[in-house]
Design a binder for this molecule. Structure first.
Ligand SMILES: Cc1ncc(COP(=O)(O)O)c(C=O)c1O
Length: 348
């Protein structure tokens, strides 16, 4: 369990303008759009020595159990503009949630989807992607191998919709980050702390762009990772983009990434106040704590709750501070929920 005050933080950093407003306009025009709930948990706030704990609950976004559709829909819409979707395939690598969202985007737009998953992706996650009508290809390798494999699929009729970037491939990941902005734009309460889970860092980049856009310091931004996939924390520690060795086995599957997206990393370096890492015991505690409030949610959502509890003492925040936690997923893997909470999850 580690906590690192970000030595690279630049208080003068401000984001460049992007297409967030257009992304939000698209989202609001789509069937099934609704702002996701913001729960207020006074008992958790009291327990953690905070004034308020607010949970932005992305467990149902456009009918999918994670926030990822916000990025995938806008990126896919932008990539397909002016082209005939019936002739096109959208390809992506995923630990589960992004690929499912790309598959849904392809279905909605009338294109095909080819989703590449690492060897260890759970059967439940693979089945959920296939149910969207995608061709699912399981490769013999980890997440980074899946990203490389999906990148090689790019062709005239195959568009890669990746949420991570690589040299020469930055436009689509930038659209993904813009898409995530809709989540933050829906929150109209001032907050002092934001806890954001980090996989490749595109969601964290969206939070950086949103919360550092205005005048003043903005809230304390805390990035959270699994202990064996703490690539942002290690990058901050070493002062440059760093790849961690793994193996990465956290139940927070979407966070099992060996390196930050090169396009996201400079934003995280400039905008985040601290990075922290937790092991799965804290994830399980968070899932149980949420379940005790009637919120049956997935591992990454449990992780931000457990992570805040684990690192509360390190945070320079008064007892009346308002914390915003991003619950990025519902129960995307029922077996993981059952193992942590001791009962099957209830669907609401
Ligand atoms: C549920 C969930 N939360 C958070 C993240 C992290 O997002 P990013 O990879 O943009 O850092 C992911 C990524 O897959 C995810 O699936």
């Amino acid at each position: 369990m580690s906590y690192l005050v970000n030595p690279l933080r630049d208080p003068a950093w401000r984001p460049e303008s992007g297409l967030e407003a257009q992304a939000r306009e698209l989202h609001e025009s789509l069937p099934g759009y609704a702002p996701t709930p913001l729960h207020d948990l006074p008992s958790l706030a009291a327990e953690l020595g905070l004034g308020r704990v607010l949970l932005k609950d992305e467990s149902s976004r456009f009918g999918l159990p994670a926030f990822k559709a916000l990025g995938a829909f806008w990126a896919a819409h932008w990539a397909l503009a002016g082209r005939d979707p019936a002739t096109l395939t959208l390809a992506a690598a995923t630990e589960g949630n992004h690929g499912r969202a790309v598959a849904r985007a392809a279905k909605l737009l009338g294109a095909r989807a080819h989703i590449v998953i690492p060897a260890h992706t759970s059967p439940a996650r693979a089945a959920a992607i296939a149910q969207e009508g995608a061709h699912v290809e399981r490769i013999d390798g980890g997440y980074e191998d899946a990203v490389a494999h999906a990148a090689r699929l790019a062709a005239g009729d195959v568009l890669v919709i990746s949420d991570t970037s690589w040299p020469g491939y930055e436009e689509i990941p930038a659209r993904v980050v813009e898409g995530y902005a809709t989540m933050f734009a829906e929150i109209d309460v001032p907050v002092d702390l934001v806890v954001v889970p980090i996989g490749v860092g595109s969601l964290a980049a969206a939070a950086a762009r949103h919360f550092r856009a205005g005048p003043g310091d903005g809230p304390f931004l805390l990035g959270l990772e699994p202990a064996d996939a703490a690539c942002a924390l290690e990058s901050a520690r070493s002062g440059r983009l760093t790849t961690v060795p793994g193996p990465m086995r956290s139940t927070m599957a979407g966070l099992n990434c060996a390196e930050p997206s090169p396009a996201a990393w400079p934003l995280l370096a400039a905008a985040y106040d601290a990075f922290c890492a937790i092991d799965d015991a804290h994830v399980d505690w968070g899932m149980r704590r949420l379940a005790s409030e009637g919120l049956d949610r997935g591992a990454t959502s449990g992780g931000v709750v457990g992570g805040l509890r684990a690192h509360r003492a390190s945070l320079p925040l008064p007892e009346d501070a308002t914390a915003l936690l991003i619950l990025t997923e519902g129960v995307t893997d029922p077996a993981v929920f059952q193992a942590a909470v001791g009962r099957p999850h209830r669907t609401v």
